[in-house]
Design a protein around this ligand. Structure first.
Ligand SMILES: [Zn+2]
Length: 282
């Protein structure tokens, strides 16, 4: 089975299977991709769009398979299409003709950061052209759907085998130069996407390691938690946002000297999630 340990869909995603005895835990990083598709045809310099990436997040979680969990990460950038939005969260002003199905633009679309971004960091227009319906449909079919299918299958497989599954949905956030901002924000859609014991365990671990942790403030979680978190069915999805200044220079977008330390802290966090899944799973 060694040959199937890493499943790669070129330019789209990587799924890494456990390298040791499996536990019912899945970690996914939907926004750390930086493989910009050739047909993106946006209007901005690369370093502007790079600020929208959750850069390095999948690297911070690279030890997941060694703890028995599944690691999934996107290779394409969130600015191309955002898997953490509903597929109908579309801004029709970006299109050269009406969307052929129902659109349900959310507050995120109104802010310019729906399924397809209208605005890049710095509130600059992402495109100087209209997108065709066909190219957006292709982004959904070739990137959005494979990501969700792979995540859904990983969760369903473990839930079938263990009767429960724990999922950490991993992101990074800008510090906004605000020293008072929490180091980590955990989100569970105000209790709707996972059991409280899971939130508490992760929060206790991070607080114990000396970090400031906030819960559901200012983020409550988005589409991925909405889709997969079903605590009443023992499917627990928790979102974590890591403050970028803990591991990278937010101006140059390069790792800084704190990266290695944070990676060790997160290795402990991964161990904590996997222990919780092992002890709580049946
Ligand atoms: Zn993110």
């Amino acid at each position: 089975m060694r040959s199937s340990a890493v499943h790669r869909l070129q330019g789209v995603l990587v799924r890494e299977a456990p390298a040791t005895e499996s536990v019912p835990a899945v970690f996914d990083s939907p926004h750390s991709g930086d493989a910009y598709p050739a047909d993106f045809d946006h209007a901005l310099e690369p370093d502007v769009l790079a600020r929208a990436e959750d850069r390095f997040v999948h690297e911070l979680f690279e030890t997941v398979p060694r703890h028995g969990g599944v690691l999934l990460y996107a290779l394409f950038p969130r600015s191309y299409i955002d898997v953490n939005r509903h597929s109908s969260d579309i801004d029709e002003r970006l299109l050269d003709e009406p969307w052929p199905e129902a659109v349900e633009p959310s507050e995120k679309t109104r802010q310019g950061v729906g399924l397809l971004r209208r605005l890049a960091p710095g509130r600059r227009a992402l495109y100087r052209r209209k997108l065709s319906v066909a190219e957006v449909q292709a982004r959904i079919r070739d990137y959005y759907e494979p990501y969700h299918a792979t995540l859904a299958e990983a969760l369903a497989d473990l839930h079938r085998r263990f009767g429960a599954v724990w999922h950490l949905n991993c992101h990074s956030m800008q510090s906004h130069g605000d020293g008072r901002r929490a180091d980590f924000v955990l989100s569970d859609r105000l209790g709707a996407s996972c059991e409280r014991a899971f939130v508490d365990r992760i929060a206790d671990y991070l607080s114990g390691a000396g970090f400031r942790v906030a819960v559901n403030d200012p983020y409550v979680g988005a589409e991925i938690l909405r889709r997969y978190g079903r605590p009443e069915d023992r499917r627990h999805s928790l979102q974590i946002e890591i403050k970028r200044s803990l591991y990278m220079d937010e101006r140059s977008l390069a790792k800084h000297a704190g990266f290695a330390h944070l990676a060790r802290v997160l290795d402990g966090l991964i161990a904590c999630v996997c222990a919780h899944a092992r002890e709580s799973g049946s």
